[in-house]
Design a protein around this ligand. Structure first.
Ligand code: ATP
Length: 200
């Protein structure tokens, strides 16, 4: 089974692209959702988060995301510490999940692959590229954020152009090129490679 990483900056269209792969029957692991799930459910991780960020992070036993976001989105060091705590748990969950799938290939969607050194072990990396002005507009609309808030979040990720150069394939998600034909082309290739891989 091939393992494909799907990445791109905030608002580039990763989830939109992942949803097309899902319609084609391909299992997709969403690293962001999984990271939130392990923060809610893993007692060892919860203990580590409380030790670092204080008991108020779990108000009445539930993760207070707003409180935690206010800490980490204003301090890059705190964000790095949180990511370092959560990543090993999310990576382990992704590996177990991949072993349970029956498909010629599977996809893991994550904003941070290269930033966290977790692109290792993937057969291909696919980048979703959108021009910065398009990403800002889409995230402002989607999350009801100001331009400044979106730009602050973008500033914490590595530059889009560099990220795309590190990928094996790039899907362009601007307002001109159609997404579905680009995804179908990759799907055909991954199915073919997945079959060849199964016979090695
Ligand atoms: P994040 O990293 O913030 O989770 P993402 O990379 O997963 O973002 P999406 O959520 O897929 O990006 O897309 C961002 C927003 O832009 C969404 O509201 C989505 O519906 C919209 N969008 C994405 N691609 C297109 C497109 N080709 N045409 C119109 N809207 C789009």
């Amino acid at each position: 089974m091939l393992k494909i990483g799907l990445t791109g900056g905030i608002g580039s269209g990763k989830t939109t692209v992942a949803n097309i792969f899902k319609v084609l029957g391909i299992p997709v692991f969403d690293a962001d959702t999984e990271a939130k799930r392990v923060m809610e459910t893993d007692p060892g991780l919860q203990k580590a988060i409380i030790e670092r960020f204080g008991a108020a992070v779990y108000a009445e036993g539930r993760l207070d995301r707003k409180y935690l976001s206010a800490i980490v989105f204003n301090d890059p060091l705190q964000l790095e510490i949180l990511n370092a705590l959560v990543h090993p748990f999310a990576i382990a969950a992704a590996e177990i999940w991949a072993c349970e799938q029956q498909s010629p290939y599977v996809i893991k969607e994550a904003a941070l692959f290269f930033e966290t050194g977790s692109a290792i072990g993937f057969d291909y990396m696919v980048g979703v590229f959108s021009p910065q002005h398009t990403r800002i507009r889409r995230v402002m609309d989607r999350d009801q954020l100001t331009r400044e808030e979106v730009q602050a979040r973008m500033g914490r990720q590595i530059q889009e152009e560099i990220k795309m150069r590190l990928c094996d394939f790039v899907i362009t998600n601007d307002d001109q090129q159609l997404l579905i034909p680009q995804v179908l082309k990759l799907h055909e290739q991954f199915l073919k490679d997945g079959k060849e891989n199964a016979h090695v």
